[in-house]
Design a protein around this ligand. Structure first.
Ligand SMILES: [Zn+2]
Length: 391
């Protein structure tokens, strides 16, 4: 463990240890380009993950927010998948059963295209304000303007004209470099103690224990476990009231409220386990990278056509981290807004599932195991026979 001049953005601690380094990865992996040339020339930057021994937070200490343009053609919506939209509906139901939001106001920070907020408004009777630089009004044509409004910008307390009763923040905290300031900004818009807070953030536990390199990419500058997520909130003057893993243990679900002094939950107690994981991580991720590089190169050498399923960040990371772009013939995604566009880094053109029928495929590598059944069914429906494996 080295003592550093730098401090942890989550806890201010100084016991930081470098656990991963990549010299040049695309600075955006959620973006899609209109031409192959643009995609190949897409800017790259260095990534250095550091582990904080004091709170368990993992972050890219070289992250530069100016390199990432979230207002551009970011295509993060996963709502085209039945698996994901079913999951989101379940969360809306859970929130509705936890808080009576009828007649209340909800602020969603990082609302993306607004699907979740729209669902929450219609289920609970809350009014909703969504904030996101990547919001596209045309993608939510039938939104009820009286109940639902949006600000196309980064979240800052200065422009939020309400004191919300409920704050939602899904898949956003991992994009925030200065997480301590971000929490202070949330505290600033909250007035009083009768406020509920709901966060959903990817869990880094599997990444650390299995060396899941495809889940590490430039836009994700901040990585949490149940414990480090909760420690950030407690340090920011909040009680964590419910904390668990969902979506095949990929996502942290956390409810919080302004602090009344509730004791920590059992799930928060993971710091010593995390320190052990950080110790073994460099070796583990090297092994996992080697496994998938060999897997792809061997099939390619055998004359097989390899496709990856998932034209999002995981796909871009899978292709660029190990330089296997040449050996992977196709990238498939069910999101029609991605099809026909090009992936940053390797320049693959995204095709729809039907595209595999004409293009031909022997092996499909699925970027998220939770979609395995959904994808196998799709392939069967379109009559494509292939080896299907998940990372
Ligand atoms: Zn820390």
């Amino acid at each position: 463990m080295q003592r550093s001049e730098k401090t942890c953005p989550a806890c201010g601690g100084t016991h930081l240890k470098e656990i991963y380094h990549l010299s040049a990865i695309p600075v955006q992996s959620c973006i899609l380009l209109d031409t192959r040339e643009e995609a190949l020339a897409f800017p790259r930057a260095e990534l250095k993950l550091e582990f904080c021994h004091d709170c368990g937070f993992v972050f890219n200490s070289l992250f530069d927010l100016d390199l990432v343009d979230y207002a551009s053609t970011t295509e993060e919506s996963q709502h085209f998948s039945d698996t994901f939209s079913g999951f989101a509906k379940g969360l809306v139901e859970e929130i509705a059963n936890t808080y009576d939001l009828s007649g209340k106001t909800t602020l969603e920070i990082g609302c993306g295209k607004g699907e979740f907020l729209k669902e929450l408004v219609s289920r609970t009777g809350t009014t909703g304000l969504g904030v996101d630089p990547g919001f596209i009004p045309e993608r939510l044509p039938d939104a009820d303007a009286a109940k639902l409004s949006f600000q196309k910008e980064y979240f800052t307390p200065k422009t939020i004209g309400i004191h919300p009763d409920f704050v939602v923040c899904r898949h956003t905290l991992e994009h925030v470099p200065d997480v301590g300031s971000f929490m202070a900004d949330i505290s600033e818009v909250i007035d009083g103690t009768d406020v509920g807070i709901f966060f959903e953030t990817p869990d880094v536990n599997r990444v650390l224990s299995e060396g899941a390199f495809w889940d590490i990419y430039y836009e994700h500058c901040s990585y949490f476990t149940l414990g480090s997520h909760a420690r950030l909130f407690r340090k920011s003057g909040m009680d964590v009231t419910n904390l668990y893993l969902a979506y095949d243990s990929q996502y942290i679900i956390q409810y919080a409220e302004p602090a009344q002094g509730n004791p920590p939950l059992d799930a928060e107690d993971d710091l010593s386990k995390l320190r052990d994981l950080a110790e073994t991580f460099p070796e583990q991720i090297a092994a996992t990278r080697q496994y998938w590089t060999d897997f792809v190169k061997q099939r390619h050498a055998d004359g097989k056509t390899v496709a990856i399923w998932g034209g999002g960040s995981k796909g871009v990371s899978f292709l660029t981290t190990n330089n296997v772009g040449e050996e992977v013939a196709h990238v498939v995604d069910i999101n029609p807004h991605k099809q026909g566009k090009y992936l940053p880094g390797t320049g693959h053109r995204v095709i729809g599932p039907e595209g595999l029928k004409t293009a031909g495929v022997d092996t499909v590598i699925v970027m998220n195991p939770i979609y395995l059944t959904e994808i196998k069914n799709t392939l069967q429906q379109i009559d494509v026979e292939a080896e299907v494996v998940a990372v």
